[in-house]
Ligand binder design. Sequence first.
Ligand SMILES: CC(C)(COP(=O)(O)OP(=O)(O)OC[C@H]1O[C@@H](n2cnc3c(N)ncnc32)[C@H](O)[C@@H]1OP(=O)(O)O)[C@@H](O)C(=O)NCCC(=O)NCCS
Length: 146
Amino acid sequence: MELGLVRDSEHAEVDALVQDSGLPLDDIDHCRGTQFVARSDGKIVATAALEIRGDDAVLRSVAVAKDRRGEHLGDQIVTYAVQEAKRLHLHGLYLLTETAEGFFPRFGFVEEPRDAAPAEIQESVEYCHVCGSHAIAMALRLEDQQ
Ligand SMILES: CC(C)(COP(=O)(O)OP(=O)(O)OC[C@H]1O[C@@H](n2cnc3c(N)ncnc32)[C@H](O)[C@@H]1OP(=O)(O)O)[C@@H](O)C(=O)NCCC(=O)NCCS
């Protein structure tokens, strides 16, 4: 198993994984420089991306291949993305989720009102249009951990 940045030649494969997991692809091309993947036997089995906006980022497109869920690959790819966010000295990570609010607290994410996020985060496509208003907003303040 290998973790790293997505390669140009892998965009179609990673997009299929994100879409197959029921997640949007809007604006994903702006995130390729911070889109991470886990590869196993030559296949992408997990992915997560940071959509950097100012000093913060939206953690988005977190997906594990359906036939590989429950093997802690989600754990590994999110841990990797959080480490990269710290390396980039980002202040905080924000996400919206409709299905996985029980998954993210293990990384330190806490639920908070979506209007508590920085303005630049609230202006992201994900916050403006994509995730329904019933989605739960969560935040991880990295400044507290650096
Ligand atoms: C959510 C997702 C990324 C989890 O990936 P995964 O590799 O199956 O999860 P892991 O095996 O790393 O799970 C780690 C732990 O989180 C728990 N967990 C996994 N998914 C969970 C969920 N949706 N809600 C609550 N807990 C969850 C697991 O039970 C496991 O707990 P344990 O350590 O006590 O055994 C995966 O189910 C997925 O791709 N879902 C579809 C896309 C999605 O909803 N993405 C998040 C959108 S923001």
